[in-house]
Design a protein around this ligand. Structure first.
Ligand SMILES: Cc1ncc(COP(=O)(O)O)c(C=O)c1O
Length: 349
């Protein structure tokens, strides 16, 4: 982002076109990461905006049902609840043992289910849901699946070719290590026309760069773009896109499978270590359901106090929904995990 800024700073907006390339680079890299076509990717400022594209874009009918997940982050709940005004109703999947079981999802889905709105990894407990299983259950009743992937994209491998979700949104500010204010939206190609009332703008049309056919002949007749990029509207955060393209390139160079394996071994050690120390993990120990997040509670005191003491030792953790949450990425070392466990041992006494 600094390099991009320095490049255009002497010229101001006259040379801003130099930054346009970052968007196509980023689009190709996201398509590679998600194992989908670049035409199925659009950029949005955050997860919430991506979810809104679906919530506001679909043509709702009174009696349609949306399946929601108890204790999901509000970004993936509030846009759906607003659909009450269209007569949409909701079925909730309860949280049990820090996660959402497939049998509870099956019980929530019914003939009126139009869409399942699921967080791939729960922000507080780190529980990773069985997306393939959820897609199968949804397909049985012809329902769509929309995924909040902000807590998984960049650390958990995801293939749109293998897992038939319809829509996916993820801010880039977490595991993608992109700049806050940039994010990714995926729409399966044959679902795009279901999004009837999405934003548009001059970028949403084929050949948009040619604004006019001559003086007084502005081109209002251009056909709408056939790819999901048509929702991008107009001028966007070019510096943010430069940062996102750079972050994605780094992730691509390391490789998502390497990232997942590395983070998997760090979180497995962390999880075993905190359990040995007497902390209580937020989720069951089924390996298939792990993510980049290890959350636990302390039997001896509030999590916030432990997190404060960890910060004093230079270890950054957080306390969403009351848990102590530790989220190592691929550059975290094994020694840093041991150091973290030594600190946690002190605060358990
Ligand atoms: C599961 C989940 N969804 C969404 C968000 C954030 O949404 P947005 O990218 O719209 O700020 C967060 C965290 O901040 C989150 O943990």
């Amino acid at each position: 982002m600094r390099i991009a800024l320095e490049e255009v700073l002497p010229y101001g907006s006259a040379e801003v076109g130099r930054l346009f390339g970052a968007r196509s680079t980023a689009r190709e890299l996201v398509a590679g990461l998600l194992d989908c076509a670049a035409e199925e990717i659009a950029f949005v400022p955050n997860t919430s905006t991506g979810i809104h594209l679906v919530a506001d874009g679909l043509d709702w009918r009174p009696g349609d049902q949306v399946v929601l997940f108890d204790r999901d982050f509000p970004a993936n709940v509030r846009p759906w609840l607003r659909l009450r005004r269209h007569g949409v109703t909701f079925r909730w999947v309860p949280m049990r043992d820090g996660g959402h079981r497939l049998e509870d999802v099956a019980a929530a889905i019914g003939p009126a289910t139009r869409l399942v709105a699921v967080g791939h990894v729960n922000f507080a407990t780190g529980f990773r849901c069985d997306l393939d299983g959820i897609c199968e259950l949804a397909a049985d009743v012809g329902a769509l699946v929309c995924v909040d992937a902000v807590q998984s994209l960049g650390v958990v491998p995801l293939s749109m070719a293998r897992t038939p979700v319809d829509f996916l949104a993820a801010g880039a500010q977490k595991w993608l290590c992109g700049p806050p204010g940039t994010g990714v939206f995926y729409c399966r190609a044959h679902r795009l026309d279901l999004l009837r009332s999405t934003p548009t703008g001059w970028f949403g049309f084929e050949g948009a760069a040619q604004v006019t056919n001559g003086p007084g002949h502005l081109r209002y007749d251009l056909p709408e773009r056939a790819d999901v990029g048509r929702i991008e509207g107009g001028t966007y955060d070019l510096l943010g896109m430069a940062g996102l393209a750079a972050a994605l390139a780094e992730l691509d160079a390391v490789g998502i499978d390497t990232v997942a394996a590395r983070v998997g071994s760090l979180t497995a050690r962390l999880r075993a270590g905190v359990t040995e120390l007497g902390y209580r993990p937020a989720t069951s120990s089924d390996d298939d359901l792990q993510s980049g997040i290890v959350s636990f509670s302390s039997p001896v005191g509030p999590g916030a106090e432990v997190v404060r003491k960890l910060a004093d030792a230079g270890i950054h953790a957080s306390t969403p929904d009351g848990y102590i949450r530790i989220s190592p990425h691929f550059w975290t070392t094994g020694e840093e995990i041991e150091m973290c466990l030594r600190e946690l041992a002190v605060h358990q006494r």
